[in-house]
Design a protein around this ligand. Structure first.
Ligand SMILES: CC(C)(COP(=O)(O)OP(=O)(O)OC[C@H]1O[C@@H](n2cnc3c(N)ncnc32)[C@H](O)[C@@H]1OP(=O)(O)O)[C@@H](O)C(=O)NCCC(=O)NCCS
Length: 281
């Protein structure tokens, strides 16, 4: 079996950066075309930049990175960005397509409503995230009925969404489940943002909204992070989470860092998460 190119679009902002290589021919440098949709613009580049992280990960000699500045004419237009390989027309890079967002602007945070279109929209968002990560959305994403029944399962759960321009760009789920153990006063938190909106401080704000919902509803929040997820670990440590040591994901045995934060009950009533918090980033 021939193994095709492997790569990823890592960053889309003031520059567009990623990597791609052909494992069967590690010395080959691949040609890359970066496509913008507004106005249609095409930039060709060779993926030959040295990246220590790629070398460290065993991707040949690591000279497989590419980066081009966002053309001046596109700044502020938020164009969609896609990457094509002229020598492998059918190949798609992980993390494509993306949107070049340079300023976050207005974002609202609120709990999803079990009635109406929120569950369908959230499932659509989750499926899109799995596809961006190169996974199969059919098996990895809960169905709308599962999501509705999870929401109806009790007062110990909440699913927050972040919306920008009417589009869901992130979510944070709080409820029972691994790594928190039942009847310990702890709930578990999981968070994920669309790559277009990472690095603007939104993850931190969504976590703080989750804490606000959870304060008074549980004594402690727990989460599990992969040890190499430096960005997430920095966020959690910065918020005051402490490391409880390694924990194996029950389904796969994959080792995570289990972390926790204690929450004091609020002086006033707990936050009614159905009412949106509006952020300006
Ligand atoms: C992890 C995640 C939620 C963070 O959200 P975010 O909006 O990108 O993060 P923020 O911009 O709020 O940054 C929070 C902290 O992360 C750290 N950070 C930010 N960018 C970083 C980067 N590129 N590398 C390492 N750490 C970084 C900083 O410590 C920052 O704190 P500071 O603002 O005080 O400097 C988001 O990146 C994401 O969804 N990642 C993919 C999914 C994931 O990993 N989920 C967590 C699974 S456990």
């Amino acid at each position: 079996m021939t193994i095709g190119p492997e790569g990823c679009l890592d960053r889309v902002g003031h520059d567009v950066a990623g990597w791609v290589w052909l494992p069967a021919e590690p010395a080959r440098r691949l040609r890359v075309e970066i496509l913008f949709d507004d106005p249609p613009t095409r930039i060709g580049v060779l993926a030959d930049r040295h990246r220590p992280d790629l070398e460290g990960a065993g991707k040949g000699d690591g000279r497989h990175g590419f980066a081009v500045p966002l053309p001046d004419a596109l700044i502020g237009r938020e164009p969609a960005v896609d990457v094509r390989l002229p020598d492998f027309p059918g190949a798609r890079l992980r993390g494509t397509p993306r949107r070049a967002i340079l300023t976050l602007g207005f974002v609202t945070l609120r709990a999803i409503r079990p009635v109406g279109t929120d569950p369908e929209r959230l499932c659509g968002f989750l499926a899109g995230m799995v596809r961006l990560n190169g996974g199969c959305a059919d098996t990895a994403v809960p169905g709308v009925a599962d999501l509705r029944s999870w929401l109806a399962g009790g007062a110990d759960r909440c699913w927050l969404i972040a919306e920008r321009g009417g589009r869901i760009v992130g979510h944070c789920r709080i409820g029972p489940g691994w790594p928190a153990q039942a009847n310990t006063g702890a709930l578990t938190l999981g968070i994920e943002l669309h790559p277009d909106v990472r690095g603007f401080g939104l993850g931190r704000q969504l976590m703080l909204a989750a804490h606000r919902w959870a304060a008074g509803r549980c004594a402690r929040l727990e989460l599990a992070a992969l040890p190499h997820n430096a960005h997430a670990l920095a966020l959690y440590r910065g918020l005051g989470y402490v490391d409880l040591g390694p924990a194996a994901l029950p389904e796969t045995g994959e080792i995570h860092r289990r972390m926790a934060i204690g929450l004091a009950a609020p002086r006033g009533p707990a936050w009614d998460a159905g009412r949106a918090i509006i952020l300006v980033g």
